[in-house]
Design a protein around this ligand. Sequence first.
Ligand SMILES: Cc1ncc(COP(=O)(O)O)c(C=O)c1O
Length: 361
Amino acid sequence: MAAKKAKLPKGAIQPRAAVLQMAPYSPPTAGRSGKLRLDFNENTVGCSPRVIAAIRDRVEAGMLAVYPEYGAAKHAIARYFRVKPEQFVFTNGTDEAIQVFINTYIDDGQEVVVLKPAYAMYRFYAEMAGAKIKEVPYPQPGMEFPLEALLEAITPRTRAVLLANPNSPTGTGISLLGIERILHRARQAAVLVDEAYYEFCGVTALTEIERVPNLFVCRTFSKVFGMAAMRLGCLFSHEANIEFLHKAQSPYSVNALAVEAALAAVEDTGYVEGYVAEVLAARELLCVGLERMGIAFVPSSANFVLGHFGARAVEVRDALREQAILVRDRSYEAPGCVRITVGTREQTRRLVTALEEIWTR
Ligand SMILES: Cc1ncc(COP(=O)(O)O)c(C=O)c1O
């Protein structure tokens, strides 16, 4: 429920105009415990047991008493992503990666190009910076990546482009060739490719950071690694850009527990591979189920599927919630659409059974 707006007391200070004008962003994260969480594209079974063991074994008072030190961890994480330690910064989730990217490159009034619908925090941080936002819509109902429209929207005035590959909530992706075209067209701008769901699609621009100086890529430990509560991400670019990103970032924004957890997570590659295989099999089950029910959906390259439920979107979400299954209504940005996270096959069967019963009522 939205909090009641408090009246500003006499003498209170007005916030900046950009803040006054922004719509609040408050995702429904309350009351989710104990339910089947198919609403935030998280890992639905949790992180590798090795992560929990590492936190239990390695954390002691001395470690918590000191400010975090990232040097050794940067080498290990760099090896995992096959980059040099100088080619990335740790961030407090992808959200801070977006914030640091914007803070480093965007001045008040400069033009930022984003897609719609897309991850809300691109717009959020761009608005906070006072940027002029240009939105390129995904075509309805297919939601394929609007490459030609995006290329057309990029002009010499464009200062930054932010996109997710694959995108949320659409689930659709773009090829590396398409990204190359964007990077070339926007060569006077900073381009951020958010790869939060990379592991489910396998297309990455990370291999290009050495060669293409206007490219920035971010990855997160919140999704496939099952560590959303830890708040850890990485922002990659050419090492010359990394110096500037460092300057625009607080020196201790990532906590030491998150780094310890990530070190254990990247050692257990088998766990991640197993989870991805399970999700891809379950996604197939979900799509077959939706097709059987006659519910149109957007073909997905990620661990979620956007279904077209039309006028019944909210009713379906609420009825599933009554059965302790959480999904996300996205009608405010994609009319009639509900986004369903894909977890295990067993969880997906439970969802499909419940949905079938609701849909045929
Ligand atoms: C495209 C995209 N990027 C980033 C995030 C959030 O990542 P983090 O938890 O690392 O801030 C999400 C979360 O839903 C997302 O959909």
